[in-house]
Each structure stands twice: as structure tokens, then as C-alpha cells.
Design a binder for this molecule. Structure first.
Ligand code: UPG
Length: 302
């Protein structure tokens, strides 16, 4: 039985990456919407951990201070330099990027998109549980409700993610699927399949991750090379490609969260040869609790 460990800690740990943001970047508005909605619905104390670079720091802090003053709510805010964090995760990044990057070898982008896989090393040791969000998300519900999902984690679960709502992994797994015609990997959930995971929202059981010799083994080069070879997997979406492979190979390590907690809006794959099946993937019947305006898709006002 999972105990309510989240209730023993004072703060709900929320992580977000906010880097490479220029003064006029659309990321500014997205981050404002994210932060404001997070605080507006929250009924718990939040520690907000923002991973920044030198140029983005002032922009991030201006937005956070503005949101706190207009909502009359406060949270504990901490900033982390992306370069310092990336240096601590060089081993993970070098193992992952050949398989899961669109342009392997571009140090900066690579590190950025794989940071979540080593968050247990970056996060201060007193953090036992945490959640990370893309900056292009928007809350419609109290984050307290999301943290209740930790109670549903199986006893081996290290992460919690919601399903990918597009056929991207049907596409990526094309070769594996043609060689294994009965596989459910890459199939839509309404056909009983596993569509992969989306990393716009990730829950971390940091305490278990730090102790897990199994996880440490799984992120080694031999292990990742073997898993990607087995599935003929060549991705381009960073950490979420790894979570998807892990979900096929070691399903007990990832708890699947309700699609309403990561309601993705991107329709890119619908117009790229998948119009016949797209709706099977994007279907999410539960109430939207978090919008995700991925691939620059506008988020509805409500
Ligand atoms: N980010 C930065 N600076 C950048 C780029 C990204 O801080 O220059 C952060 C930011 O928090 C952002 C997140 O990384 O929200 C993800 O990047 P983004 O450009 O928002 O990717 P999307 O197009 O929204 O999402 C694609 C997939 C999505 C998946 C994500 C995984 O569509 O489903 O969750 O990639 O990285």
C-alpha cells in the first residue's frame, strides 16, 4: 500500500524548463499562462523550481513576481542553471541522444530535452516527489489533485505519465509493427493498444528513483542500445521517446495517468498520412485538467 507521502512534505515540488527565451519570444506568454493557472487553482504550498539560462532568468523572474502579485498568492521559487544541471547528466544525455534526438550532438538542445531523466540527481535530496511540466501547458484544476495520483502508483512505479494523444509512435514503430503484426505497441488505446507516453507532464517518485539500481542499469548505453534495437526505435522527441520505450519494456515502472491531465492539442500527424486513425488517438473522454498546447497550438480560454 502506498502511503500519502506527499502529505508529509511541506511543499508540492513543481519543475519547469524555461531556456533560450528572448524578449519577444512566444515562450514568455506561454510561461505566464502556465504560472498563473498553476497558482490560480492551487490550494497547497508550492515550491516552484525553474531551470533557466542567463538570458531567460530575468524574464522568468519578472513573470513569476508579476503572477504572484496579481493573484495575491505566493510560492517558494528557486532557479537552476541549465548548463550546471546538464553537466551532471552528461552520461545520460550521451546515451539517449543518438536514439531520441532529431539532431544528435547539439549539446544544448540535447541536454534540455533529457533533463527529466536525471531529475532525481538534480533535485535537492529532501524532495521526495515532484512534477514537471512543459511551459506550454495550462491548469484547469488544483495541482493537489494531480499529486493524489502518487497514491495509485504500483509499488515499483518510478514515473507517472499520461498517454501520447497522436499516432507519432505508430509512425516511429512502423518497422517493428510490420514484423510483429499482432503487437499492440503503437496502437490506439480504444483498440486496446499502447500509444506511448507524452512528457508534457511527468510525475517523479524521486525517493525511489534515487535508490533504484534497476533504473541506473536501464539508462546505461548497453541497455538503451539493446532496447532501441529490439523495437527498431529511432525517435526525435527526447525524454518522452525513452519513457515510451520503457513503457513497452518495463511497464511496471511507469504509472499511466488519466489523459485529462495532459490534454494535448497538436494535430500535426492528422495531416501527415494519419487522418484515418488520428481521432482514435486524440480521443480523451475525461474532463480536461491540464491543457497542453504542443507544437505551438493555441490553448482554449477555458
Ligand atoms: N523548452 C525551453 N526552451 C526551448 C525549447 C523548449 O525551455 O528552446 C522547454 C519548455 O518548457 C517547453 C518544453 O521544453 O514547453 C518542450 O518544448 P516545446 O517546444 O514546448 O515542445 P512541443 O512542441 O510543445 O512538444 C513536443 C511534442 C510534445 C512533447 C515535447 C517533448 O509535441 O508532445 O511533450 O515535444 O519535449
Amino acid at each position: 500500500i502506498i502511503t500519502n507521502t506527499y502529505q508529509n512534505q511541506l511543499y508540492y515540488n513543481v519543475w519547469c524548463i524555461f531556456t533560450k527565451v528572448g524578449t519577444n519570444s512566444p515562450m514568455r506568454t506561454k510561461f505566464h499562462v502556465f504560472t498563473k493557472s498553476l497558482l490560480a487553482f492551487a490550494t497547497v504550498d508550492i515550491a516552484f523550481h525553474v531551470i533557466i539560462d542567463d538570458d531567460s532568468y530575468t524574464i522568468a523572474d519578472t513573470i513569476v513576481q508579476d503572477v504572484m502579485s496579481t493573484t495575491n498568492k505566493t510560492m517558494k521559487v528557486q532557479y537552476y542553471n541549465v548548463h550546471e544541471q546538464a553537466r551532471q547528466l552528461e552520461d545520460i544525455v550521451s546515451v539517449m541522444s543518438p536514439h531520441f534526438s532529431s539532431k544528435p550532438g547539439t549539446y544544448y538542445s540535447d541536454a534540455l530535452f533529457f533533463l527529466s531523466l536525471g531529475l532525481h540527481r538534480i533535485a535537492p535530496p529532501d524532495q521526495k516527489l515532484a512534477a514537471m511540466f512543459d511551459a506550454d501547458t495550462k491548469f484547469r484544476k488544483d495541482i493537489k489533485e494531480l499529486f493524489k495520483e502518487f497514491d495509485n502508483f504500483g509499488k515499483e512505479a518510478l514515473f507517472g505519465l499520461a498517454p501520447e494523444l497522436s499516432p507519432v509512435y505508430r509512425h516511429v514503430l512502423y518497422l517493428y509493427r510490420s514484423r510483429h503484426p499482432k503487437t499492440m505497441f503503437g496502437e490506439s488505446p480504444n483498440m486496446g493498444g499502447f500509444p506511448g507516453f507524452n512528457s508534457g507532464m511527468v510525475l517523479f517518485h524521486l525517493e525511489r528513483l534515487r535508490k533504484s539500481s534497476l533504473y541506473e542499469k536501464i539508462v546505461t548505453k548497453d541497455s538503451v542500445d539493446a532496447m532501441t534495437a529490439k523495437y527498431h526505435f529511432k525517435g526525435h522527441l527526447g525524454d518522452q521517446d525513452f519513457y515510451t520505450v520503457l513503457g513497452m519494456e518495463r511497464p511496471e515502472l511507469i504509472y499511466t495517468i488519466d489523459c485529462g491531465w495532459n490534454r494535448q492539442l497538436c494535430t500535426w500527424w492528422r495531416d501527415r498520412g494519419y487522418s484515418d486513425v488520428f481521432n482514435n488517438y486524440s480521443l480523451c473522454n475525461s474532463e480536461t485538467k491540464l491543457w497542453h498546447g504542443n507544437c505551438n497550438t493555441p490553448i482554449p480560454d477555458h
